[in-house]
Structure formats: C-alpha cells, structure tokens
Design a protein around this ligand. Structure first.
Ligand code: ADP
Length: 639
C-alpha cells in the first residue's frame, strides 16, 4: 500500500525505502544455516583437539616408558666399559712402557696385554698415550691402520685425562672414518699424569638394536653435547646437526676433526606446537607432525631423542571430530525440532485461546440475540394475541354490522311486504265471508273452490314470512356451498313486491345447479343488495327507457362470475371513487344507509371472492360478483 507509485518523482524514493523490510525473512534461514554450520564446526574442532591432545598425552606416556628403557640400556652399555681405562693404569706392563717408551720388548709386552684386554672386554681398540699425546701401544698394533705412533694430543679425551678427569668423547676416526665412543683415564698421579689410557667402543650394536627393534612409526636418535646426531635408527640422520649451529661453531668442529670433516648439515625439525607436558610436536621438512621426546643420558652430556608418528592420534582425533560433529548436529537438530515443537504448541495454544475467546464472544452474542429475539418474540406474541382479540372484536362487529345491514334491508322491504301480506289478508276476509254464505246456501262446490283459493293464499303468505324469517336470521356455521340460481330465485322472491311494481324485463342466463363457495343466506344478502340497487337505479330519474334487469353467470378459472346489469343512469365518477366506502349513499334519508356494497364486498372477500363495478358501454351499471366454484360434495351437502 505504501509502495503504490504516485505521479510525484519523490514517490520512487519513498517506496524504495519500504523495500528492505522483506529481506530479513530470506536472510534468517541462511544465517541460521551458517550459525548451525559454525557450531558444528566448533564442536568438531573441539572434539578433534581434545581427542588429539588426549591421544598425544597417552602416546607421550608410552614414549616416556620407552625412553626410560632405552636410556637405561644405553647407559648400562656405556658403563660396562667405564672401568677398562682405570684397569690399564694399574698394570705394571703399562707402567713399564711409560717409563721406557723406546724399549721394544716393553712395547711388545704392552701391545700383547692390550690385545688380550681388548678381546676380553669386547671393546674396539684399547691404546695408551704418553703425556704428549703420542700412541705408545695399541691393541691394533698389527693392523695397517694402527694408531701406533700417531699424535692424538688434539683429541679432547686426551686433555680431559691429562687434567686428571675421566674423558668421554664421541668421534669419528681419522684413519678409517670409523665412529666410536672414546673413554679415557689418566695413568699415574691425578695431578700430573704420565700417560693416558683410552678405550674405543663401537656403538653400532646399539644402533643395530634400535633399527632391529622395528617398532613402526618410531625413530630414535642420540645427540652429543654439540647437538650432533651420533646414533640414529635412521642411518641417514647420523652426523647431522640437531640444533642450529653458527658457521664459526661448525668450522671449529670441522677443524677439531671430531667428526672427521663431516659437513654437519642441519637435521631441521620444525617445531609445530609445544604440548602441556613439555614435549613438542615437530615436523621434518613439512612432513607429518611427530611427537618429539627428549631425555638426558645419565653420566653424559648427551641426550636421547624419541620421535613418534602421530598418525594414530590424528586418525582417532578425526574420528572423534566426525563423531562430535554428528552429535552436535544431532543435538542442534533436536534443539531446533524442540524449538519448532514449542512454537507449534505455542501457536496451537494461542489459536485455542483465540477460538475460546471467539466462542465465548459468540455465545455472548448468541445469548444477547436470543434475549433480543425472546423479547421480540414475546412482543410479537403479545401483538398476535392483541390482533386476534381485535380481529374477534372486529368479526363480532362485522357480524353485527352485517346483521344490521340485513335488518336495514328488511326494514326497507317492510312496506312492500306489508302490502304483500295485506292483499291476501283482504282477499282472505272477502273469500271466507263469501264461503260462509255459499255454505248457508248449500252451494258446496263454490265453497270448496273458495277454500282451495284460501289455502293457496295462506301458503303464499307463509312462504313470504318464511323467506323473511330465513333472510333475517343470523347465518349458521354449517353450509359452505350455495346454488347460484336458487339464491337468485330467493332474492327475487324477497324483492317480489318491488319487481311487480316496476315490471322490468328480466333476462336470466344462469346455468342451473351452478354452485359456489358461500353460505346461502349470505349470498342471498349480497344478491338482495345488488338487485335492490339495480331496481333503484332503473326507477331513478336518469333511467333509460323500459326498465331492464340482466342476470348472467359465466365460469372461468375455477370461479363463477355473476353480472347484475340494470338500465339505470350508471355510476357517476364520485360514486365510482367511493362505492365501497361505508355510509356512502346518494339515496335520500330513510332509503339508503350506504352499507350495502361495503358489506357485500366484505362477504365475498371472506369466501375468497370479489365484487367489481363498471358502467356498461350501452348504458346502465354492471356489478359482477365472483366466487370460487364449490366442490360437488359441498354442493350435494347443501341440497
Ligand atoms: P345504499 O343503497 O343504501 O345507498 P349502497 O352501498 O348499496 O347503499 O350503494 C351506495 C351508493 O351507490 C348508492 O347510494 C348509489 O349512489 C350507488 N349505486 C349503487 N348501485 C347503483 C346502481 N346500480 N346504479 C347507480 N348507482 C348505484
């Protein structure tokens, strides 16, 4: 609604400002996925790290045990020869040699002793130096590469011994480039030795043992005080510098001939990480990380280095990382599912609450409406009761009115009826007087004739009073059907005096037996009104020619139509407008009440019929009454 563009150029900016409102909806799931992935990643990393460190700690513990074994083995191997140089200083042949170094017999005796000692001790070479560092006797005196006569004063073990200490030294032989462990001891008094006893031990056996153990994923090396690898399970590492070395230091070591001019290239282990227990993770030339553990070799400045492959720890860590990731994903998804469930339940509860609220609101409204309806109903019932009462009163009034109208008609007819009755009465008096005389004369025949006439007259009078009585009585509840021709006959009989007086031409066209739905007495009342009005009109001043009364009945649409036409002046405009108005009359006082047509229309309406007035084109008024045709049974009952 806000984005609806208007004619103004500003609206584009206004609508654009409402756009970004939608974005977070698309962004939210993506953000949730990123957060989820990040959490899984963190869990995996933590799992990896924890498992890796734990595995490394275990590996380090195993390594420690291993190192202890190796260092002990190595230390005891070296210690085995500690006493050998000391032994030499005690022997008198050596002493004699040092006293007379040029005496060939003493040299030979010393050499023989050294050969025997070397063989016994299992060392590589045993030899004796004088106080200047020259070799006086050696166990390998017979060999072409014998040290005999060599000046070894440059060797540090010589200096150490000359200072009265036990010398230990690893070096590579200058003659055969054979590496070995040199042990030296002073001969003679400690403060001023007269010579030095030296034992050379080969450590190949130890190295071969290391290589022979064949423990996979594990390397051992032994570095001397200069950090140069002197023994290694990996042969190519030998004589490489373990620690970074300055050029000056390297040159000095090369010149010392300790390693027989070996270049002492660096064996560069790059540190990767230091562990909490002090061990380090290192990698060689970008290779896989290895756990490096170090232990000093007792009694020496050397140290043993154990390098173990961390492959297993890494595989275990990767497994744990994968497991942690899966568990984290499961927990997070479980959390998400729980959250969704919680939200759904919340929404359901809210919907239920809303429904209940709507329900109670509906019930309240229904109750309100019901109350309103009940009230309206009660009011309606009261109104209906009032109407029924009013209708009853009206009906009563109408019945009274009808009766009054009928009685008024009777009143109007009374003069004629009196005349009608007086004539036979006068005739009766004359006839009975005459009959008396005829009887006295014995003229029985004439008397019988007179009596027959008298009976006829009495019967006629009886018929008149009977008709009047029947007309004047209140209608009963019984008959519902009436024969139209009979009703017309009765009406004409009631109006007979007036008909006799006017002598109109009467035209009757009514199918005999045609029955309509109406109480006969009521139908007669209507017909007496209509025919009475027609007679009135036909003798009124405006009437045309010979008085004429037409009574024609037709049947159509299940109804009977009876038209009463007269030869009167017809209906004036005023009369047309007010015909069915109660008390409308144009007749002089005493003749008209103005109720005849009103009551007639009322009676016909009551039986489902109607009354229509018109002027005939050839003159005279036409009144047409319409009533439903009666069922044959109803008609039969009425007979
Ligand atoms: P009343 O006959 O007592 O006057 P009605 O209700 O029968 O009462 O008639 C009302 C009036 O209708 C009459 O006074 C008369 O003016 C007029 N009227 C009725 N019938 C005819 C007719 N056939 N011709 C002319 N006028 C009539």
């Amino acid at each position: 609604m806000t984005g609806q563009p208007s004619s103004s150029g500003l609206s584009a900016g206004a609508s654009a400002s409402t756009e970004p409102v939608r974005r977070p909806r698309l962004f939210a799931p993506a953000l949730a996925m990123v957060v989820l992935a990040a959490l899984i990643g963190v869990a995996s990393w933590l799992g990896y790290r924890l498992s890796y460190d734990t595995a490394l700690t275990r590996q380090a513990e195993r390594g420690q045990v291993q190192m202890r074994l190796y260092t002990q083995a190595l230390a005891s191997e070296l210690a085995r020869y500690d006493h050998v140089p000391g032994l030499l200083s005690l022997d008198e042949r050596i002493e004699a040699l040092l006293a007379h170094p040029r005496d060939a017999a003493r040299v030979a005796a010393a050499n023989a002793y050294l050969v025997a000692l070397n063989a016994r001790a299992g060392t590589r070479v045993v030899y004796v130096l004088d106080a200047h560092g020259n070799v006086l006797a050696a166990s390998n005196w017979q060999r072409p590469d014998s040290y005999l006569g060599e000046d070894l004063s440059f060797r540090p073990y010589f200096h150490a011994a000359m200072e009265g200490q036990l010398g230990r030294f690893y070096g590579v032989g200058t003659t055969r480039s054979e590496s070995g462990y040199y042990l030296s001891a002073p001969i003679g008094p400690r403060d001023s030795p007269i010579g030095v006893a030296v034992v050379k031990i080969g450590l190949e056996a130890v190295e071969q043992h290391w290589q022979g153990t064949g423990i996979p994923d594990m390397q051992m090396l032994l570095a001397d005080e200069n950090g140069v690898v002197i023994l290694a399970s990996e042969p190519s590492w030998r004589l490489l510098a373990l620690k970074p070395m300055s050029d000056e230091q390297r040159q000095r070591l090369i010149h010392s001939l300790q390693y027989n001019r070996a270049p002492l290239a660096p064996l560069a282990f790059q540190p990767v990480r230091k562990l909490r227990n002090g061990d380090t993770l290192v990698s060689l030339r970008g290779g896989p990380p290895m756990l490096a553990q170090s232990a000093a070799l007792p009694g020496t400045d050397w140290h043993l280095e154990l390098l173990s492959n961390t492959m297993q720890a890494r595989v275990a860590a990767l497994n744990t990382a994968a497991l942690s990731g899966v568990v984290a994903a499961f927990v997070l998804l479980l959390g998400a599912a729980w959250n969704v469930r919680r939200r759904i339940i919340g929404e359901r509860l809210a919907a239920r609450a809303a429904l209940e609220a709507a329900n109670s609101e509906l019930e309240r409204k229904v109750a309100e409406r019901t109350a309103d309806l009940s009230q309206a109903n009660a009011q309606l019932q009261a109104e209906v009761a009032e109407r029924t009462r009013t209708e009853a009163v009206l009906r009563q009034t109408q019945d009274g009115l009808l009766q009054a109208g009928k009685l008024a008609t009777v009143g109007q007819m009374s003069t004629g009826i009196a005349h009608e009755l007086n004539q036979p009465l006068a005739a009766l008096r004359t006839l009975s007087g005459n009959t008396q005389k005829f009887l006295e004369r014995g003229d029985y025949e004439t008397a019988r004739t007179n009596l027959s006439t008298i009976i006829g007259l009495v019967e006629r009078m009886g018929r008149i009073t009977g008709a009047l009585k029947s007309f004047a009585r209140k209608p009963g509840n019984g008959r519902r059907g009436a024969r139209l021709d009979e009703a017309v006959d009765n009406a004409l009989f009631l109006l007979d005096t007036r008909v006799q007086a006017l002598q109109p031409d009467i035209v009757r066209d009514i199918e005999p037996g045609l029955a309509v739905v109406c109480e006969p007495n009521r139908l007669e009342q209507v017909l007496v009104n209509l025919i009475g009005n027609a007679l009135d009109a036909s003798e009124s001043p405006g009437a045309q020619g010979t008085p004429r009364l037409e009574l024609r009945a037709t049947v159509s649409g299940g109804k009977a139509h009876l038209t009463v036409r007269d030869s009167g002046p017809g209906l004036s405009e005023d009369a047309f407008a007010r015909l069915f108005e109660p008390f409308f009359t144009t007749k002089p006082a005493g003749q008209g009440l103005g109720l005849g047509l009103t009551l007639s229309a009322g009676i016909l309406n009551e039986y489902g019929g109607s009354l229509r007035a018109s002027n005939h084109p050839d003159g005279g008024a036409c009144f047409t009454l319409t009533l439903p045709l009666a069922e044959p049974e109803a008609e039969a009952n009425s007979a």
